[in-house]
Design a protein around this ligand. Structure first.
Ligand code: ADP
Ligand code: MG
Length: 686
């Protein structure tokens, strides 16, 4: 049995140079290579009669050469080769360019199989630069040919050949799914599926192979998620909060009227909190829909019932902002809040920890610092995680373990389409704020190319002269060794250019993830106080920050961001009374980019955007596979394969109910699959 983890360098046809190129495609081992699936296929198996072929059609023909190959030199290296071929229905001209050596390969009177694109002009047929085989051979024609996703450094033929070598080397592949599942769902064997997905005998085999591999991926994901959730599903005895503590006491005191959607959500939460079963609720609400105030009111109920609350924010900036807001609204009820963030002095931290431990503080708002072992609560009753996608399931369970089955509220602005939410968050109850507060501004969005740079800059100046402020978000840098460093570099370079050239009469500052917490705070504080006109940043401002005077969001290289992320970024503006704008600067303009930018300019609705993202990109970027820790799909497409996903989910539930830890003999293989895909680094958020 060959080791599938074998380095690709040692595969026939690869070597150190090609290995580097393949590495860039994410291919490191033999296993990666044979699971590098085609993105499409070209059917060269279906032999057509010349008379039936229409203009523009890609086709295979079997035809006999009737003239000798004519080579016309057009210069030292340029030439045109022409020959006439015929089958029993018609004849056609074949043309190649710069391949004079064909003279020795294409022989008059011989029959070949050609594959290429037919051109028909005034009834005259011409096949351009076809590939060909002598009839007994099936090298380039006569079969279905896989088309692989490529970078431009490697030729289609080369990778095809390398994959073929890899498959030969791998030999007969061991089965990775238990028989009872294969039989029940009539699935092709793993060995056949892998071979057929690359070089299918016909399209029926291809479909069966794809079905099998999609099934594997979906089932692995579902089992992984359910296994992790297994612990949460136990019936636990939680806290029953005081029915006499009325949320409406705070609601009626707020400086604004809650929306109907916010009130509905609070009703759900109130009823959860008064039940003995621990609350496990996901609160979905678009950016700016007002989730923070929901957390405050739930916290009020918990504190007034005698419990402490932990609020986890993904960034320091956000934790600080929450602390201010909580104090503003809840301070008057005698509720004490404390912040817990990295970068506090030792003394500040010690004092905070003491207060938390002896119960002198009611609400703790912080970042990952809350997770540390020395943070001990006297009586933790409610855990709220804000912008949950930044926290993994393990991290959440650490906080939960600091209390005794506390209630949990997970808040997210990631618009997960309903079907997916049900599947991914199956064990959480879901509430949704599907309405924005009435004072919200529609953010006018434009997608522009480099050509309009000048005009955009003028527009920025105009807005600042009116007293507004502007965010500029720097591009994500693709394919760099260290993403953060690269992003940092681009942010700093851009800031210099803005400061010293384009906006030299304005106050420009930069904000990025590698800055010290204190520096970040200072910059954010200055921006809030209008001491900065233009804030250039990496995506650290993506979540939560509230600066109502900022009316302009400029996103550099917008094509590199996922739609949901663009939507989040856009949500940073339009938070005040001023007309706000989002400008998406784009490089390049293929159809997909155009379509994606079109969606952004046409809709404000995060859920519509997420659905579209899913449709256009399969698993969709919002899904943030990396952030969620969910293994990325190589072949399944959550939009296309939603029916299969449902079927697989039902199966996964059955399996887990019967065997939570996948320990039974019959599930050994499944466990191995799940373990191999969900590495220890996986942080599934639920
Ligand atoms: P998000 O859901 O994105 O976290 P926030 O909770 O930050 O949104 O709310 C955005 C802004 O809207 C805050 O300034 C908040 O005070 C305000 N807000 C929340 N609810 C309402 C409401 N019902 N009416 C008016 N303003 C509201
Ligand atoms: Mg928020």
């Amino acid at each position: 049995m060959i080791d599938l983890k074998k380095d690709i360098q040692y595969i026939k046809g690869v070597g150190p140079n090609k290995a580097k190129i393949l590495n860039k495609l994410g291919i490191f081992t033999l296993e990666d290579l044979i699971t590098y699936y085609p993105r499409d296929y070209e059917d060269r198996s279906n032999i057509k009669k010349i008379s039936e072929i229409t203009d523009g059609e890609k086709c295979s023909i079997e035809a006999t050469v009737v003239t000798s190959l004519n080579v016309r030199m057009l210069g030292r290296y340029k030439s045109i080769e022409k020959v006439i071929v015929k089958d029993e229905t018609d004849n056609c001209m074949i043309t190649w360019f710069n391949q004079p050596y064909l003279k020795s390969q294409i022989k008059k009177g011989e029959t070949y199989r050609f594959f290429g694109k037919m051109q028909v002009r005034n009834g005259v047929k011409q096949l351009n630069s076809p590939v060909f085989d002598v009839i007994e051979k099936n090298n380039n024609t006569g079969k279905i040919i896989p088309v692989y996703p490529l970078n431009y450094e490697i030729k289609a033929n080369t990778i095809r050949k390398i994959i073929q070598n890899g498959l030969e080397l791998a030999g007969e592949l061991e089965e990775i799914m238990p028989d009872y599942i294969l039989n029940k769902y009539k699935l092709m064997s793993y060995n056949d599926a892998i071979k057929q997905i690359h070089f299918p005998k016909d399209f029926d085999y291809f479909r069966k192979a794809r079905k099998r591999l999609v099934f594997d991926e979906l089932l692995t994901m579902q089992l992984g998620l359910l296994k992790l959730k297994g612990q949460n599903n136990k019936q636990l005895k939680g806290i029953k909060y005081d029915e006499n503590v009325n949320m409406s006491d705070v609601i009626n005191d707020l400086p604004f009227k809650l929306t109907r959607a916010q009130l509905n959500v609070l009703e759900d939460i109130n009823s959860d909190m008064e039940k003995e079963k621990p609350m496990n609720r996901l609160l979905q609400g678009d950016v700016g829909s007002g989730k923070t105030v929901i957390a405050m009111i739930a916290a009020y109920k918990a504190v007034k019932s005698g419990y402490q609350v932990a609020i986890l924010a993904p960034t320091m900036i956000l934790a600080k902002q929450h602390l201010e807001n909580f104090n503003k609204i809840l301070g008057k009820y005698g509720i004490m809040c404390v912040g817990l963030v990295g970068g506090m002095t030792a003394k500040q931290k010690r004092e905070a920890l003491e207060k938390i431990e002896n119960g002198n503080t009611h609400i703790v708002i912080g970042t990952h610092a809350i997770l540390e072992e020395n943070v001990k609560f006297k009586k933790l009753g409610l855990v709220v995680t804000d912008e949950q996608h930044r926290f993994g399931v393990k991290q959440r369970s650490i906080v939960i373990s600091k209390g005794e089955n506390p209630d949990v509220l997970v808040m997210t602005a990631t618009p997960i389409p309903r079907t997916l939410a049900l599947i991914l968050y199956g064990d959480l109850d879901i509430s949704k704020i599907d309405e924005l507060p009435p004072n919200r501004q529609h953010v006018e969005t434009y997608a522009v190319s480099r050509k309009l740079e000048q005009r955009v800059n003028e527009f920025v100046k105009k807005e600042i002269n009116k007293g507004r402020q502007c965010y500029v978000v720097c591009p994500l840098v693709e394919e760099s060794e260290d993403e953060n460093t690269q992003n940092l570099k681009s942010a700093i370079e851009l800031t210099e250019k803005y400061k010293n050239e384009i906006f030299k009469n304005y106050k420009v500052e930069v904000l990025h993830g590698k800055m010290k917490p204190k520096e970040k705070d200072e910059i954010m504080e200055k921006f809030k106080n209008k001491e900065i006109d233009i804030l250039v940043s990496t995506t650290v401002i993506e979540v939560g920050v509230d600066v109502p005077n900022a009316s302009l969001m400029i996103i550099e290289n917008a094509e590199r961001f996922g739609l949901a992320q663009l939507h989040q970024l856009r949500g940073r503006v339009g938070r005040g009374e001023y007309k706000s704008y989002c400008i998406l600067k784009c490089n390049g303009g293929n159809e997909l980019i155009k379509e994606r930018m079109d969606i952004m300019t046409k809709t404000d609705d995060g859920f519509v955007i997420a659905e579209k993202d899913l449709e256009l990109r399969g698993s969709g970027d919002f899904f943030g596979t990396k952030q969620h820790g969910i293994p990325e799909f190589k072949i399944a497409n959550l939009f296309q394969d939603i029916e299969e996903l449902k079927e697989v989910q039902a199966l996964a539930i059955q399996i887990i109910q019967d065997d939570v830890n996948l320990e039974k003999e019959k599930n050994k293989l499944l466990n191995k699959l799940v373990e191999s895909k969900f590495t220890s680094k996986s942080e599934i958020t639920i």
